[in-house]
Design a protein around this ligand. Structure first.
Ligand SMILES: NC(=O)c1ccc[n+]([C@@H]2O[C@H](COP(=O)([O-])OP(=O)(O)OC[C@H]3O[C@@H](n4cnc5c(N)ncnc54)[C@H](O)[C@@H]3O)[C@@H](O)[C@H]2O)c1
Length: 338
């Protein structure tokens, strides 16, 4: 019997790549998404890549009655909770929206799951929960000092999950702390399609490459890093998607709550990413240096040994593949899914 996984936010960047990986790994899926930051066309493309059809529903996870209807129609073995809002800058301007949205979506989903006796959950968390922790590489036990509203909204949900797992030992929960997912499916059919001006480095570089943005602003080039620009742990979104499947498999065997860093375990500077992208695309990426942004850290990357030892998961794809796949997606879809 195939297991059916509910994927919230399954039309989003990470959700869509994970849906492809779940289908390829023999899971059935059902997607719920309110399409606030994605389009239904994404799900057609997931179907195209996978050669499989699957049900999806346009609902807001915060709508308990709508969620209950979906739970009433399917028998789920687990839930992958990717739905949420994720702009660090917007969260600083509108903290209530971020706490309200990310908390209410998670609480509503957890209540429905608890009522149905479904207690297997993979949660999309973020390396931003570590914030100003000075211990690099970040380990899962490193202190949590998020320096942004967005990071704190993730930390609060993590706290809720810990409390839940302490109160009821039959929950099976994996908290996945993503580092910096980039790239796209190698088919070029799905990828990252941000609304408006991109907030993240790779989609911004992609838009410079296709002429949608004039140049890249590199925020800070006086950091204590080898070339002065910020260093982050970029990982291929397909590797990240595989990590979700490994975590779900693991929760099929084990109870309790466990947290995993998902990254490559090494950092690349902004300039290294720009150079790798130029190499992969054959396009020049004009850039200028701009002042540091407040809250940005010089350098961080993951200690990924727990995911390696427990899940037998490692990010395999190189920076060159991340750039080549991001470029294939962008050049085949210069206007995104529109
Ligand atoms: N992309 C990253 O760099 C990154 C890093 C760390 C953590 N995360 C987290 O991973 C998750 C997925 O991120 P992503 O990059 O795929 O973002 P995304 O915006 O591309 O995907 C989120 C999806 O959830 C949907 N959604 C949002 N609120 C919803 C709601 N209330 N009900 C139903 N659907 C809703 C959106 O329409 C979108 O399709 C988010 O929780 C995000 O905070 C992302």
């Amino acid at each position: 019997m195939k297991q059916t996984i509910l994927v919230t936010g399954g039309a989003g960047y990470i959700g869509s790549h994970t849906c492809v990986e779940l289908l390829a790994s023999g899971y059935d899926i059902v997607v719920v998404d309110n399409f606030s930051n994605s389009k239904p066309a994404v799900l057609d493309r997931v179907g195209q890549i996978s050669g499989q059809e699957f049900p999806w529903y346009e609902i807001d996870v915060r709508d308990r009655a709508a969620l209950a209807r979906v739970f009433g129609k399917h028998r789920f073995s687990g839930v992958l909770h990717c739905a949420g809002v994720k702009s660090i800058a917007e969260a600083q301007r509108d903290p209530l929206k971020y706490y309200q949205h990310n908390l209410e979506a998670s609480l509503t989903l957890l209540e429905e799951m608890a009522e149905r006796g479904l207690k297997r959950l993979v949660f999309s968390s973020s390396a931003t929960v570590y914030g100003e922790c000075t211990q690099i590489p970040y380990r899962e036990e490193s202190p949590l000092k998020p320096n942004t509203v967005y990071g704190r909204s993730k930390m609060v949900v993590e706290d809720v999950l810990h409390d839940l797992a302490s109160a009821d030992e039959s929950w099976r929960i994996a908290i996945l702390r993503y580092f910096n997912p980039v790239g796209a499916h190698p088919s070029g059919l799905i990828g990252e399609d941000p609304n408006g001006t991109p907030n993240n480095l790779m989609p911004y570089i992609c838009q410079v490459a296709v002429g949608k943005q004039a140049e890249l602003a590199i925020f800070g080039h006086d950091y204590p890093t080898p070339d002065g620009t910020g260093v982050r742990d970029y990982l291929h979104v397909a590797d990240l998607a595989e990590g979700h499947v490994r975590a779900l498999d693991y929760l099929g065997r084990e109870t309790g709550l466990v947290t995993f860093n998902l990254g490559t375990g090494r950092g690349y500077s902004v300039l290294e990413v720009v150079r790798a992208f130029e190499h992969a695309s054959g396009r020049a990426i004009p850039f200028r240096y701009a002042p540091r942004r407040s809250g940005d850290l010089a350098s961080y990357y993951a200690d990924t040994s727990r995911a390696a030892n427990t899940l037998d998961w490692r990010a395999k794809r190189s920076l060159g593949e991340m750039c080549a796949d991001a470029w294939r997606w962008q050049s085949k879809n210069p206007g995104g899914y529109a």
